[in-house]
Design a protein around this ligand. Sequence first.
Ligand code: AMP
Length: 113
Amino acid sequence: MISDDCLFCRIARGDVPVPFVAENALAVAFRDIHPQAPVHVLVVPRTHVTSVLEADPAHLNAVMQLAIEVARAEGVAESGFRLVLNTSADAGQSVLHLHAHVLGGRAMHWPPG
Ligand code: AMP
């Protein structure tokens, strides 16, 4: 399913002119509009999935594979990177379309805020 009301659905199908940094059959990757690190790329499934709670294994696998490809292509696979999937209210999920943040290029803190 693809939703007309969902920003990431519109980006994934090319209705919003956001360049993809990588893509595969089931997912696309593009830069976060408010980057929180030198590398901050979002990986989203092409079809509408609200969060990991609803994602099937094929979409989870496609998102993870593309996130790893992005980390390698952006040069942070060796230095280190963080994959973040904010899910629901307490995690601060603001866009209700599954997305993995690929964050890297600086040292990260733990625990996260
Ligand atoms: P989350 O808080 O995990 O739901 O993350 C949503 C992310 O989407 C935030 O980091 C936003 O900066 C990012 N975002 C919102 N609108 C856009 C957009 N038009 N293009 C790229 N990233 C966006």
